[in-house]
Design a protein around this ligand. Sequence first.
Ligand SMILES: Nc1nc2c(ncn2[C@@H]2O[C@H](COP(=O)(O)OP(=O)(O)OP(=O)(O)O)[C@@H](O)[C@H]2O)c(=O)[nH]1
Ligand SMILES: [Mg+2]
Length: 425
Amino acid sequence: MAEKTQLHSTEKIQEKVVLVGIDLNNADTDVDACLDELSRLIETAGAIEVGRLIQKRERVNPGLYLGTGKVEELKNAVAELGATGVVCDDELSPAQLKNLESALNTKVMDRTMVILDIFAKRAISSEGKIQVELAQLKYRLSRLAGIGASLSRLGGGIGTRGPGEKKLETDRRYIKERIGELKESLEEIRTHRELLRTQRKKKGSVVVSLVGYTNAGKSTILNAITNAGVLEEDKLFATLDTTTRLAQLPGGTNIMLTDTVGFIQKLSHHLIEAFKATLEELQYADILLHVVDASDPSADEHMKVVYDTLKDLGCEGKPVITVFNKMDLAGNIHVPEDKKSLSQITISAKNNDDLEKLLAETERVLKTFRKCTKVLIPYSEGGFLNSIYGKCEIISEEHTFEGTLIEAYMDDETASRLKDYIVTE
Ligand SMILES: Nc1nc2c(ncn2[C@@H]2O[C@H](COP(=O)(O)OP(=O)(O)OP(=O)(O)O)[C@@H](O)[C@H]2O)c(=O)[nH]1
Ligand SMILES: [Mg+2]
């Protein structure tokens, strides 16, 4: 008798999901735009949208997210469309997740799970990987009651991926222990970063950080100015790791230009918490370049999200230049006035002249909150000169009998370090 060969399908199952959002009648939030963005997110995570459902409600149903009738409608849609799961646009509570899953009898995910999944796929550096794993474990720990069933049933797909494709144990104790280990590793990273910062301070460089909504063009600007070779892609969350490169402003001031993870609306506190080690760097920036995709119809909302996130990170009040980017795609669009920033500029990161313009504007603004200061550095204290050369724009320099007499634009910190040598006229 011929032996039967058992064939296993190696084909990857592509998840087909229905997107679900709630319209709270809030003029500030455009639900369609939110779901368009969610659609891009699930696509980046490897799934496809097969339908969407929006419910108008006064408030989110605390037990079930949607109203009972709508859940029935969603259940039918899932069956009709052959969907393998649903993704809700808001972060679900453990109870909502559990109840919705048992009512629909299908996999239920939320925006945070999708973003965590993308992060897990994209994290490259060990720091990035630790931060993502920490965020995933914290998220799961808070949802163990609801998530257990879905994890054991699924065995793959969005929301189950971990760094290194590790099998994630759902055992509470294991998770807690692992969280402890990861926190320790992050602490080490933080110490290392502090060391780097101190070295940077000694060199006296000005730190300029690119911040903004995901896909605004931050990495493109860093690459164009410094040839950093960071991945720039028309995808959400192309960058997870912080990259810093040296650049020079037209007047000769050296700057450290830094690119980091982008922000997005409804970014859960789990993610912000986990990425604090990376994002903390922003607190040490001398100035922020807030990059906005001017060609995106939701640019206004995106800017608000960025300012809110900066506030969460303790960066409120940092000097900001708003950089309206992608003007080549924006046509004659009217760019909004950003009253929170010191200055605003319109550019295309694809245009070298515009990038020169951006650097010149950065220099001009830096100057406005720096004072013109004259110092006389004795030849025996030559070490101080490096921090002036690196960090300040020099107006004049003269080698006198007593030492080097320099007139330069200085920030308060540099001026206070040199306070013993300031020449008052
Ligand atoms: N046409 C045009 N495209 C641009 C411009 N700036 C950036 N892009 C494109 O926009 C996409 C996103 O750019 P990135 O530099 O990766 O954006 P990012 O802000 O670093 O995004 P994240 O890393 O996801 O936060 C890429 O496909 C870029 O080529 C621009 O001025 N004009
Ligand atoms: Mg980027």
